[in-house]
Design a protein around this ligand. Structure first.
Ligand code: AOF
Ligand code: ZN
Length: 353
């Protein structure tokens, strides 16, 4: 299943709004065939692996991160393809919460006499597919807040400049984060101050939908962009309806403060440079009033620490961490050992799968 997770990761930036799924097919004679989800409209991971295997799929075992689909969407059901190819056994990470699937895939396989095993590597698959599971469960995207700061927690100098606090490796990693996100959101203030492009340049993958909170000035580099306003929860509902699975909130401090205080951030990705502004007149990470007393101090859990060049990336998640809850609810046990891949928060592969 570990290999299937890696195959899924290859489709991470391209499959949305479909889930990124991996399929490793082990033939009866031991040969191995691989598949990853193709961009929307293209074949699913199982079909890609089956096509690679041809006649060798007969009697094979398929390791698939997500339950094979049993419905006609843009493509025909993967269960039909597995049954027609005479696969003997299908090992699955988690059920697909999509109401068109949700157990029907496994039932169809069992009914056709295919041996089915569910739950192998489930925790890692849930972490890998957290944006998809969040959107299907709540109707809202998973929200990642990205910040780049000096070690004394400042994101810009008193004159407003911030290029560049972190080094190249951290900035390239942030581009991977963008490529994995379906939408990236900034405040209108940031557009006016920095005139950012918000496209993906230093990483493979398409550029996300660009969302500006507030009016977009004519001629802004961020255009074409969607301008949104009002209650942040409603903004998230609307983005979820558009099929956005992961939203990257990129600034500035006002927007970061608003999302944080509303409790809407699922993951904080903070890039820290070994640099100090050395005063209190630089721009802090969050604008607005913070916790007034110790009782109000927000605490999270550091899920990963990654060195990127001379900088550090910290992945911070709120406690209690509900990202591990997918279909079937939370699993017992503490945090998973290991850490996420750079640019792939939440992707954890254990040796025992
Ligand atoms: C699978 N394997 O690799 C993926 C699945 O419109 P379609 O035909 O592409 O179907 C999209 C739905 O299929 C999606 O909402 C999800 O339920 C499932 N995705 N299923 O068997 C895959 N990506
Ligand atoms: Zn499918």
């Amino acid at each position: 299943m570990c290999a299937a997770l890696e195959l899924a990761q290859r489709a991470r930036a391209y499959s949305s709004p479909n889930p990124w799924v991996g399929c490793r097919l082990v033939a009866a004679d031991g040969r191995v065939f691989e598949g990853s989800t193709a961009p929307p409209g293209g074949p699913h991971a199982e079909v890609v692996a089956l096509r690679n295997a041809g006649a060798a799929a007969r009697g094979a075992t398929a390791y698939v991160t997500l339950e094979p689909c049993a419905h006609h969407g843009r493509t025909p059901p993967c269960t039909d393809a597995l049954i027609a190819a005479r696969a003997r056994r299908v090992v699955v990470g988690i059920l697909d919460p999509d109401p068109r699937v949700n157990g029907r895939g496994l039932s169809a396989l069992r009914a056709a006499g295919v041996e089915v095993e569910l739950g192998v590597g489930a925790r890692a698959v849930k972490a890998q597919l957290a944006p998809y599971l969040t959107q299907r469960r709540t109707g809202r995207p998973l929200v990642v807040l990205k910040l780049a700061a000096s070690l004394d927690g400042r994101i810009a100098a008193p004159d407003g400049t911030s290029a560049w606090i972190t080094g190249e490796a951290a900035r390239a990693d942030a581009h991977r984060l963008r490529a994995e996100s379906d939408a990236v959101l900034v405040g209108a203030g940031t557009v006016r101050a920095d005139d950012p492009l918000l496209t993906v340049r230093d990483a493979p993958g398409p550029s996300p939908l660009r969302v500006v909170l507030g009016p977009v000035p004519p001629g802004a580099a961020v255009l074409p962009a969607v301008s949104m306003s009002g209650d942040l929860g409603t903004v998230l509902d609307q983005l979820g309806q558009r099929g956005v699975l992961q939203l990257l909130v990129e600034g500035g401090a006002t927007v970061a403060g608003a999302f944080h205080r509303a409790g809407l951030v699922d993951r904080y990705v903070v890039y820290f440079a070994p640099a100090l502004f050395g005063g209190d007149d630089g721009l802090a990470m969050f604008a607005g009033p913070g916790a007034p007393t110790m009782e109000g101090l927000w605490r999270g859990r550091i899920e990963a620490v990654t060195r990127l060049g001379s900088d550090l990336r910290l992945d911070l998640v709120p406690e209690p961490d509900d990202l591990g809850t997918g279909p079937g609810g939370p699993e017992p046990g503490g945090p998973e050992p290991g850490g996420p891949e750079p640019g792939g928060p939440g992707f954890i592969c254990r040796g025992d799968m």
